[in-house]
Design a protein. Sequence first.
Length: 220
Amino acid sequence: MSDRARIFGDIHRALGVTGDEYARRRAVAARLAAAPEGVIPARGRSGDPVALFHAEAERVFATVEQVATPAEIPVRIADFLRAKNLPPRLRKGDDAYLATLPWTETTLSVEAGPAQAEDHVSLSRAFAGIAETGTLALVSGSDNPTTLNFLPETHILVIEADKIVGDYETFWEMLRAAYGEGAMPRTVNFITGPSRSADIEQTLLLGAHGPRALHIIIVD
């Protein structure tokens, strides 16, 4: 028996806990079923969440553009890469939404799978956007491999406008509803602007631990 198990055993014996106490189990179940909502900043629940998300994302050095339909995405990405003098090549996962886009209408070379060391640009689809901080939430999996978030120096993210919520609490509710009770993705990554650090002499450096540039495409 470990020291931890021994300590908890002593506590259980001192309290007379056997695990079968009906009142205790009922109180725990009631607490879990009706947990009170925490304090949520009003800014995330007032006004237009898409407009707030757009403004906050730009405030943390991301670039943002909005398109009317998904069909516009490949052309907009090609234009973005051309404007930044980047090669017309990108890496994405197996996301079905991204797979159906009209990539053949551009000269882009699109490869699927986890990011490789030689990749300069990656493309992901966000699970949700959080307006109060301009943050994107991504879940791990073959649809959007986590390596795409960190290895390439330029990360392009697609988010549908109706998946932008005001605050983090609403995002977690959305995630639980999507995956069901007792199930969660292995990893949830929150991305707020490009990677940056000011650890050395308080000088802001972009790309310290990941992409130097983050470009967000909001699909209306």
